[in-house]
Design a binder for this molecule. Structure first.
Ligand code: AQP
Length: 329
C-alpha cells in the first residue's frame, strides 16, 4: 500500500503534530510503502524568513529521524527538490472548483490571521497538497483531523480529473488516528494546539525540556469540577488531558477515566506531565545528536528526492499525455 504525508518545516513541532501525524509516519513504514515530504513550498504561503526556512527544513528532518522515521524503510524528501509537485499543482488547478477552495476552513482561518498580504498561494495551498498526494498514486494519507477537509478535496480533484481525462489517479483516503486526532491548546482547550498560537503557554513543543512540560501541564486550564471524565462540551480542558494521556500511553480514553476515577485534578495532571516527559525525552535527546550533522541531513533529503522524483515523473508523463500537454508521447 502506498502511503504519503507532508509536514510543514516549522522547527517548533508540537505534541499535536507528534501524536496526530509524526508517530503515524513511523507506524506507516511497517504497514506500507511510505513517502514523507517536508513541504517547504507550503511554508511560503504565509510570511516567512528565507534563511530560517532553510534551517527549519533541517530541524524538521532531524525531528522526523529522531522520532523513528527511517530513510532505509521509507522515502523522506524536501518538496521543492521535486519539481513535479508544482507542475502537477498547476495542471490540477484546471479541475479544481474555485468555490471548493473558497470553502476551505484553513484558508478562512489563516487569511483572517494574516496581517500583511493574503497570498494567492494560501488560497491554492490545497491544490498543491492534492498534487503532493496524487503524484505518488497514494492510497492512504496519515494526517490529523484538521486536514480532513483538504484530503476530501484531494479526492474530489482526483475524481474530477479521472472523469475529464480518463482513469489516471488512485483516489486516496485519509488515516486519522482514533485517539489524538485533534490535540487542543492547554490554555485554550477549544482551539487546536497550533504552531501559530499567540502564546506558547498552551503548546507543548516536542523539544521542550521536562520542567517546561511540567509547568505547562500544571497550568493547563481545567473546569471547577472534580470529575475526570471525557466531556468535550462541558470539560474541554480535562477531556484534552485525558486524550493526551491515552495517546501517549497507547490506551483508550475510557481506561484513563477508569484509572483516575475519584482522584483529584492535581494528581491527574502530574501523571499526564510525567507521561509526556517520558514520551518526548528520547526524541529530544536523539534530535540533539542528529541536528548538528547538516551535511548528513542534506544527503538524506537529496537521496530521498531522487527516489521520489522517479515515481512522480512517471505520474507526470501519464498526466501530460492525458491532458494533451507537451509533445505527443
Ligand atoms: N493539534 C493537532 N492535533 C493533532 N494533529 C495535528 N496536526 C497539526 N495540529 C494538530 C497535524 O500535524 C501534521 C503536520 O501539520 P502541518 O504540516 O500543518 O504543520 P504545522 O503548520 O506546524 O501545524 P499546525 O500547528 O496545525 O500549524 P497551523 O495551524 O499554524 O498551520 C498534519 O497532519 C496535521 O493534521
Amino acid at each position: 500500500m502506498r502511503i504519503f504525508s507532508g509536514i510543514q518545516p516549522t522547527g517548533r513541532k508540537h505534541l499535536g503534530n507528534y501524536i496526530g501525524a509524526i508517530r503515524q509516519y513511523v507506524d506507516g513504514q511497517e504497514r506500507g510503502d511510505a513517502i514523507y515530504s517536508i513541504v517547504d513550498l507550503h511554508a511560503t504561503t504565509v510570511s516567512y524568513d528565507p534563511a530560517e526556512l532553510r534551517r527549519t527544513v533541517l530541524d524538521t528532518t532531524a525531528m522526523l529521524l529522531a522520532a523513528g522515521v527511517d530513510p532505509e524503510r521509507c522515502i523522506l524528501f524536501r518538496q521543492s527538490d521535486v519539481h513535479e509537485h508544482t507542475e502537477l499543482c498547476w495542471l490540477l488547478c484546471s479541475v479544481t472548483a474555485h468555490g471548493d477552495l473558497n470553502r476551505m476552513h484553513q484558508f478562512k482561518e489563516k487569511s483572517a490571521r494574516q496581517r500583511e498580504l493574503v497570498s494567492a498561494g494560501l488560497f491554492v495551498y490545497p491544490v498543491l497538497m492534492a498534487a503532493d498526494i496524487l503524484a505518488y498514486q497514494t492510497e492512504e494519507v496519515p494526517v490529523g483531523d484538521d486536514q480532513r477537509q483538504h484530503v476530501e478535496l484531494t479526492r474530489e480533484i482526483a475524481r474530477r480529473f479521472n472523469e475529464r481525462f480518463g482513469e489516471t489517479f488512485v483516489i486516496p483516503r485519509h488515516r486519522i488516528p482514533e485517539v489524538g486526532a485533534r490535540i487542543m491548546d492547554l490554555q485554550e482547550p477549544t482551539s487546536k494546539m497550533s504552531t501559530t498560537a499567540p502564546s506558547d503557554a498552551g503548546v507543548i513543543l516536542v523539544l521542550d525540556d521536562p520542567d517546561t512540560i511540567r509547568t505547562k501541564v500544571k497550568r493547563a486550564v481545567t473546569d471547577t469540577g472534580r470529575e475526570i471524565v471525557r466531556d468535550p462540551e462541558r470539560k474541554p480542558g480535562i477531556s484534552n488531558l485525558i486524550e493526551i494521556l491515552a495517546a501517549v500511553r497507547d490506551v483508550s480514553p475510557q481506561q484513563v477515566e477508569a484509572e483516575f476515577e475519584g482522584r483529584g485534578y492535581g494528581e491527574f495532571k502530574q501523571a499526564v506531565a510525567e507521561a509526556v516527559v517520558e514520551y518526548l525525552a528520547p526524541v529530544r535527546e536523539r534530535y540533539e545528536e542528529l541536528r548538528p550533522d547538516e551535511a548528513g541531513l542534506e544527503r538524506t533529503l537529496r537521496e530521498g528526492a531522487d527516489k521520489a522524483r522517479e515515481i512522480a515523473s512517471a505520474t507526470m508523463r501519464q498526466v501530460r499525455a492525458a491532458m494533451g500537454v507537451g509533445p505527443t508521447p
